[in-house]
Design a protein around this ligand. Structure first.
Ligand SMILES: C[S@@+](CC[C@H](N)C(=O)[O-])C[C@H]1O[C@@H](n2cnc3c(N)ncnc32)[C@H](O)[C@@H]1O
Length: 455
């Protein structure tokens, strides 16, 4: 049996923080995970749930509070998971993220003497997102916009999302009010009826251009011209209004068909001086200011020469490779999503970059193919998804023997595993820089430089 059961109340010390930002209390060694609780705090906990190895609890009251607690807290942002670290000061968030990198390097890569730089943060760590995807549902009889309560599909109406640009918040409210005025029906997930599922807003950080995407269950929007006219009139920065049709019963936001309702089919923005065309479905880093710091760090780590050949693996729409193309001889980009490669080629063209080549394919298959074709690299940049690199990719890339590998990672655990593998293939970890791409959330981005041990 467990030392506590559901609905018990216990007073406990918070002794740790999970990587998701939940406080950990230990009751006779049995862990209870507690939202909005920080190490060094003493709290009165209501036990919500117990399981085999751990349970969950909720704070009823704080008996002692942490010195790094942020008291200016919006409960709905924690409840919805929009800003799960909002209860910590920003300084503490940056320290927490750096410690996670130190911990995985110790535990997973068994590297104890690595110098990890302080996390590169933002001067203003809120209102940074350039994109919002907001569900639309009926709440208290009204079409409402907000976010789901954690682990549920109950919409909590929210007007101030805190981490996205204020103009995006204002645009969502304006579109919501127009949809209410035209009596548009919100989507109902239970019986798969109603029309509007999501409102997506994208905004150029530099250009301020805005795109509104109305995601609908069916194609027909009654009075669509008038709705579009009202949005364009009320939001002068809107240069594009799109409709995406998603008739599936699914949690995936976008459906297959996208139509233009007004203006252009894309917005334009910049990253490190290059222009990018961003369409409704394109991947684009959501924190432009920090993306520039991330890419600049990658460029600095690579210490490029004009004779260098660079491979940008997992290149998305080509942003890292295109940002450094003017410093090197040639950039080869590889990416599995065909549309992203199409975007990368468009981006290459509109920036008049000639020394870059992009190819569609899985990195673990394309790299051996390129190797067989005689492509070699002085610098390899990898920016894989959360699962990290395939072992075969690591082997082939080590055989190609680039002098430097710059690894951009969104998951400390997989990057620590991969760094260890590269060490076994004759690379040493030279620099580690965490970058805070998502302030107020538990996401940790890290950039590392691996150098061939014999260089
Ligand atoms: C973290 S994103 C990086 C995107 C880009 N470097 C950037 O900064 O915008 C990872 C990218 O890897 C792509 N990807 C996922 N699995 C892949 C694979 N096996 N081979 C090549 N690309 C892959 C994804 O489509 C995605 O664009």
């Amino acid at each position: 049996m467990y030392p506590v059961k559901k609905n018990d109340q216990v007073i406990a010390d918070i002794v740790d923080l999970t990587h998701e930002g939940l406080g950990v209390a230990k009751i006779e060694g049995y862990p209870i995970f507690v939202e909005n609780a920080l190490p060094t705090e003493k709290v009165n906990i209501h036990i919500l749930k117990t399981g085999k190895k751990f349970g969950f609890g909720k704070v009823i009251s704080y008996l002692e509070k942490s010195a790094v607690r942020n008291e200016d807290l919006k409960q709905e942002l924690i409840r919805t998971g929009i800003a799960p670290l909002q209860h910590m000061t920003y300084e503490a968030q940056l320290t927490f993220k750096r410690e996670q990198v130190v911990n995985v390097l110790e535990k997973i890569a068994k590297m104890t003497d690595v110098e990890v730089a302080p996390t590169l943060g933002m001067a203003e760590p809120y209102r940074y997102r350039n994109k919002a995807q907001i569900p639309v549902r009926r709440v208290d009889g009204e079409l409402s916009t907000g976010f789901y309560r954690k682990n549920s599909h109950d919409l909590v109406p929210i007007e101030d999302f805190y981490i996205q640009h204020k103009e995006i918040d204002d645009a969502i409210i304006a579109v919501r009010d127009i949809l209410r005025r035209f009596k548009v029906k919100p989507y109902n997930e239970e019986d798969h009826t109603g029309l509007i599922r999501h409102i997506i807003v994208r905004r150029g950080f530099y250009t301020e251009e805005m795109m509104i995407v109305l995601v609908t269950r069916v194609a027909k929007i009654f009075q669509v011209e008038k709705i579009v006219e009202a949005i364009a009139a009320e939001l002068p920065h809107v240069v594009s209004i799109m409709q995406n049709i998603n008739g599936e019963k699914t949690n995936v936001i976008l459906g297959k068909e996208t139509r233009n309702l007004f203006g252009k089919e894309f917005i334009t923005d910049q990253l490190l001086g290059n222009q990018y065309q961003i369409s409704a479905g394109s991947f684009f880093q959501v924190n432009t200011e920090q993306a520039e710091k991330l890419y600049q760090t990658a460029i600095d780590f690579a210490d490029l020469k004009s004779s260098d050949i660079v491979i940008d693996a997992y290149c998305g729409i080509g942003t890292i490779g295109l940002s450094l193309a003017n410093k090197v001889k040639h950039v080869y980009g590889m990416e599995i999503v065909p549309q992203a490669v199409k975007d990368a080629r468009t981006n290459q063209q509109i920036n008049y970059i000639e020394n870059a080549t992009f190819e569609v394919g899985a990195a673990e298959k394309l790299l051996p193919k390129w190797q067989a074709e005689g492509v070699s690299a002085d610098v390899l940049i990898v920016d894989p998804p959360r699962k990290g690199l395939a072992e075969s990719f690591i082997e082939t890339s080590a055989e190609m023997s680039p002098d430097k590998i710059v690894y951009v990672s969104c998951n400390p655990a997989s990057f620590a595993r991969d760094v260890k593998r590269y060490e076994e293939h004759g690379y040493r970890l030279a620099k580690v820089q965490p970058v805070d791409m998502f302030p107020q959330t538990n996401h940790v981005e890290t950039i590392v430089l691996l150098q061939r041990a014999d260089t």
